[in-house]
Design a protein around this ligand. Structure first.
Ligand code: SF4
Length: 444
């Protein structure tokens, strides 16, 4: 039986430093259940969104036997169970541990790794970053200090196609051609210095002193994945050093005060990693894959409003070797054949790009969230089709909103919304949303 973990105490501020928060990270986890209006909520980290078919079956069982029978997919490709009973924490922990989904109870909330879901499946991209994600997860869980990372700290591994590079990772690895790897460290500007060349390769780094990224060289017999994974872990630990020194309670690098930028370059050098500063290149960017076949041996489907029933999850696992939950609240079923698509559509999953629910998302809303001013999920289900993503929110926190360009539908009362800031009665939502989804003018 696994015990609930105590909250991480906030660090002590230095004299003169303003704290940005005075509480520890209260992010929900699988062992730290969050009270919600519809019962307890558990958030299960799935590095790279990965579940084996057996684990998917056990997760469906957990949702049915302990929760409300549904599995939500988060914007990081993690899983949430809702409607959990007051005393079910130990049973849930035992079930997840038995499924191999809790490899380290002390690290369960820090395993936030998003990786290109199509990596290794469709011939796009430069590396199988799904394998990197597994190695990074193992490295994180093996490093005791990493347990101090916030549950919000995010690792992003993009295989070079650009589908996840823009998701706001605190530590991002982007695979390039010929084994090169771009390491981007948070949204703040920083410099990294080149060090020993034991693993130096053919990087295109030019040593620009205005750099805030580094290329990690990865040839000379050292697999790119090994170097990249080590660099990502070293960077995360360098952030912890900086956060401890700042003492302001920062959970992510962007929250560090001036003068407390982590010593990224020094940390990499001390770890023996060759890292050469380069200017920030334009990040690769590509939209999520359309629902349907993904390469020769996988399918991609979307969960309506990001929520699966237990039966839908079992249907996805049927005939698949593994599932990958995606940041756009879909599922890649690896090993599933295209002849599974009619059955998945019959289960209510989004299997074609021309269905109206493509690109529609919503927060929990009422009745699950006490802050919500409306039942936004019901209204979102009626949203008309359009080229732009649209997100319905029950309050100004806009939980789970997409990245990039999207239409903002914000509840202001039972029967009133703001559609991209324009007051709109609920009865006029279809026309207003149709118009807004056709006007690509809003980027957040
Ligand atoms: S956006 Fe507001 S209403 Fe919606 S889930 Fe978040 S806190 Fe609740």
């Amino acid at each position: 039986m696994l015990a609930a973990m105590p909250p991480t105490p906030p660090p002590t501020p230095e004299p003169g430093e303003a704290r940005i928060r005075d509480r520890g990270d209260a992010c929900p986890g699988a062992l730290r259940l969050h009270p919600a209006d519809d019962g307890r909520l558990a958030r299960l980290r799935l590095p790279a969104g990965r579940l084996t078919a057996r684990q998917a079956g056990l997760l469906a069982h957990a949702a049915e036997s302990l929760g409300d029978g549904r599995i939500s997919i988060t914007s990081r490709g993690n899983a949430e169970l809702r409607g959990l009973g007051e005393g079910c924490g130990a049973d849930l922990a035992a079930l997840l541990a038995g499924a191999g989904l809790l490899p380290s109870p002390t690290h369960e909330r820090v395993r936030n790794i998003v990786a290109s879901p199509g990596a290794g499946l469709d011939g796009l991209g430069h590396a199988d970053v799904q394998l990197w994600a597994r190695a990074l997860d193992a490295a994180l869980c093996a490093e005791p200090r990493a347990a101090s990372l916030s549950g919000r700290f995010l690792f992003v591994l993009d295989d070079g196609r650009g589908d996840v590079a823009g998701l706001g990772g605190d530590v991002s690895l982007i695979a390039g051609p010929e084994g090169s790897v771009l390491l981007r460290l948070g949204p703040e500007a920083f410099r990294l210095a080149a060090e020993d060349d034991d693993t130096a390769g053919d990087d295109t780094a030019d040593g620009d002193t205005a750099a805030d990224t580094a290329v990690v060289s990865a040839s000379a017999g050292v697999p790119a994945s090994a170097v990249a994974v080590r660099a990502a872990l070293v960077a995360a630990l360098a952030f912890l050093d900086a956060a401890e020194a700042a003492g302001n309670g920062a959970w992510r690098p962007r929250e560090l005060p001036d003068g407390h930028v982590p010593d990224w370059a020094g940390a990499l050098a001390r770890a023996g990693i060759t890292a050469e500063p380069v200017p920030v290149p334009p990040l690769p960017a590509s939209p999520p894959p359309a629902p349907g076949p993904l390469g020769e041996r996988a399918l991609h489907v979307l969960a309506p409003l990001g929520r699966l029933t237990a039966a839908q999850l079992r249907a996805l696992a049927d005939g698949a070797d593994e599932l990958r939950f995606t940041p756009w609240r879909g599922v890649v079923a690896v090993g599933a054949r295209a002849d599974r698509l009619p059955d998945l559509e019959a289960h209510g999953l989004v299997t074609r790009p021309d269905l109206p629910s493509v690109g529609v998302s919503a927060c929990t809303g009422r009745p699950g969230c006490a802050k919500s001013l409306a039942d936004v999920r019901t209204d979102a289900l009626a949203a008309p089709a359009g080229p732009l993503p649209v997100h319905f929110s029950g309050c100004e926190r806009r939980c789970g909103h997409p990245h990039g360009t999207w239409v903002d539908v914000l509840a202001t009362g039972d029967d009133t919304y703001l559609v991209d800031g324009v007051p709109t009665p609920r009865t006029s939502l279809p026309e207003a949303v149709t118009t807004a989804r056709s006007l690509p003018t809003h980027t957040r």
